[in-house]
Write a protein that binds this ligand. Structure first.
Ligand code: OAD
Length: 233
């Protein structure tokens, strides 16, 4: 069995990283148009760096939860059975990797990387970023940004994602509100390819009506049970 898994902020909620649109979520405290667009970075790079520096600090103090570990188990278990998982995450954290998932497609980039806006080089970054930092690759200063995809930018690896969807038999969305495109449209695409579609979320998402099967509750409880079911076949 080949399974396409799409994860969102909800899978990391129980690790203490905030979601965006729940009550008290990140976008209820911060304005995304002032912090998560190329225009915002051009207008106020200090504020944007501060926002992502804070999120980077939080991430370094967080740990994966049972839902991340369940997906790592699914990857290994399906590979042993001759199948596989394409794990596509909207999350910029590295909790899937820390839980043991080996192949993770970060369509919205990675918080623990910097991107040089002059030469395009990416580098591991676990410290604070500032406008004074020089790019480790081209040496120019005032050029580094977090390697994250902002509103108005194209997510990473769209062709690879669509090819993986087409090659899969089951689509599973975990902890995503289904409100940000293109990811929110993948369930419709999956249906058009004839795949079974499953939603695992705290509560029904905006797209809940499109899914064949739905499991509601904290992902740390529902996902391990769901993974057991898939691996038993
Ligand atoms: P949202 O904050 O929009 O949605 C999180 C979803 O997770 C909600 O439907 C919650 O009900 C659910 N949830 C919360 N806690 C959960 C738990 N313990 N177990 C299971 N589900 C839980 O986050 P995303 O859908 O990931 O993009 O948001 C998509 C994109 O919007 C993000 O990647 C980010 C954001 O703006 C950019 O910054 C470009």
């Amino acid at each position: 069995m080949h399974v396409f898994v799409l994860t969102g902020a909800g899978i990391s909620a129980e690790s203490g990283l905030g979601t965006f649109r729940d009550k008290g979520g990140i976008w209820s405290k911060f304005d995304p148009m002032k912090l998560a667009t190329p225009e915002a970075f051009a207008a106020n790079p200090l504020a944007v760096h501060d926002f992502y520096n804070l999120r980077r600090r939080n991430l370094l103090g967080a740990a994966p939860n049972a839902a991340h570990h369940a997906l790592a188990r699914l990857e290994k278990g399906l590979a042993d059975q001759g199948g596989g998982v394409f794990l596509c995450t909207q999350n910029i954290d590295d909790l899937h990797e820390r839980a043991g998932s080996r192949h993770v497609h970060h369509m919205h980039g990675e918080l623990l990387k910097s991107l040089c806006s002059r030469c395009g080089a990416r580098a591991r970054c676990e410290t604070e970023l500032s406008i004074l930092d020089a790019c480790p690759s081209c040496g120019r200063d005032n050029s580094l940004r977090p390697d994250v995809v902002w509103f108005g930018e194209m997510p990473y690896g769209m062709e690879e994602i669509e090819a993986a969807l087409e090659a899969s038999e089951m689509f599973v969305a975990v902890g995503t509100s289904g409100s940000v495109y293109p990811a929110a449209g993948y369930v419709e695409l999956a249906r058009s390819f004839g795949m079974e579609t499953c939603e695992i979320n705290l509560e029904p998402s905006d797209n809940a009506y499109v899914f064949d099967r739905k499991f509601y509750g904290p992902a740390s409880e529902t996902l391990p049970v769901f993974v057991d079911e898939i691996l038993k076949g």
